[in-house]
Design a protein around this ligand. Sequence first.
Ligand code: NAD
Length: 496
Amino acid sequence: MSFLEYAPAPESRSILHLKKSYGLFIDGEFRDGHGTPFTTISPADESPIAKISNADASDVDSAVSAARRAYDRVWSRMSGRDRGKYLFRIARLVQERTRELAVAESLDNGKPIKESRDVDVPLVAAWFFYYAGWADKLDHAGFGPSPHALGVAAQVIPWNFPLLMLAWKIAPALAAGNTVVLKPAETTPLSALIFAEILQQADLPAGVVNIVTGAGDTGSALVNHPDVDKVAFTGSTAVGRAIAKSTAGTAKKLTLELGGKAANIVFDDAPMDQAIEGIVNGIFFNQGHVCCAGSRLLVQENVHDEVIDRLKQRLTTLRMGDPLDKNTDIGAINSKAQLDRIRTLSDIGEQEGAERWTADCVIPAKGFWFAPTIFTNVETSHRIAREEIFGPVLSVLTFRTPAEAIAKANNTPYGLSAGIWSDKGSRILGVADRLRAGVVWANTFNRFDPASPFGGYKESGYGREGGRHGLGAYLQSGWNASAVVKSATAKKEVAR
Ligand code: NAD
């Protein structure tokens, strides 16, 4: 027992007005799907939260048709200024309902309430505010005169940041003038369905945003629907690859945000207190369920022992437990399947010869839990150094020179993010320049801003979300009015 014990400080669930069951959100209203409904559970104690509709191909078709109608009749005819007003309204409603959304997110996902309350939901509002500002300025966004929307966007998102990923997808799509059908992940549909209620509250015209729930089959029906113009996917590299294959040769514009295995590089002149916090934030934030997590720590050999000692000390102070407790640092793993994957890869790490250290945490009796873990003596060939574990597991490697750090950091099929810790600005810039990673953080990690583009190289996908670049993914530049009218007419001919 430590000297400082924290009294429980649970966030109240009373702000959440849960329904027993949730339908699909199509054409501005909730309706039952034709698939077999499923139950979403709390990963912290495996208790059921609500019954969720399952969209089959006919439901997906209804959602895409609603989005097409809304695009043709309402959204593509509305001025950017008016579209912006809806986005501002949504942003303000998200702010007003922050606590409710944060509780729903922590309940359904397992992430600590202090993260959903202080990081996820404020960023969701920030994303809508940011893109609201772009909606009437598309002519000046650098995509040529009068850039035009693509049409109907099919968007599929994962479970690690359910509402934030929704905002990353929906806000730029609507600002650019597209309509949307979005599918949340099957283990975390709750916040997207509460968001649908917010859209009703905002009086968003029916069909502009549709939300279909279900698993991979629903996602597949959506991205392969012939009447979608744009596919935006965030998730695993394996599914991203399958989507790239199935959309190849079609007119669909595609962006993929996939996995990562980021290097967090600590030089011996790093500001050590901040670096330790940065390493912890890099891999243990959100239980390590972060595509850009700093899951490979590259530490300069002469400070290795000091860094590892301090890191272990720091990890013993992290509190694992009830996601709704305001003191919790490490919440639950999102699903049994993900927990199994983390366990399997960690066991392989040990079998391959790496040294395992796990923080001494009390594991709750029910639910899915994995204590913060560090592997030292990791070699570049080990699977825990190459594959995305997507959990609270850090693989530590060493280097002697900047050139070796760069070579090791780039020795991965992924290229989403990286971190550099050093006192010397010139070293940071020199190293950053040679890293094949979409985002490089200097003396910080896991910092997000709606104005800053985010995306990967290599197997981490292609396309950028956030910033002006994120708008470009939903626009066709050099728009010519007659060409669009012709394509709309052609689509109607096909439909007949
Ligand atoms: P996943 O690919 O299994 O699932 C993601 C989504 O795709 C879910 O909604 C799922 O239902 C759907 N899906 C599954 N099969 C499909 C198919 N055949 N066609 C269409 N949709 C399908 O990934 P996951 O396990 O939910 O998420 C974890 C992965 O997501 C990690 O690899 C992580 O790195 C990645 N991720 C990347 C980013 C990024 O911005 N690059 C952000 C978050 C997560």
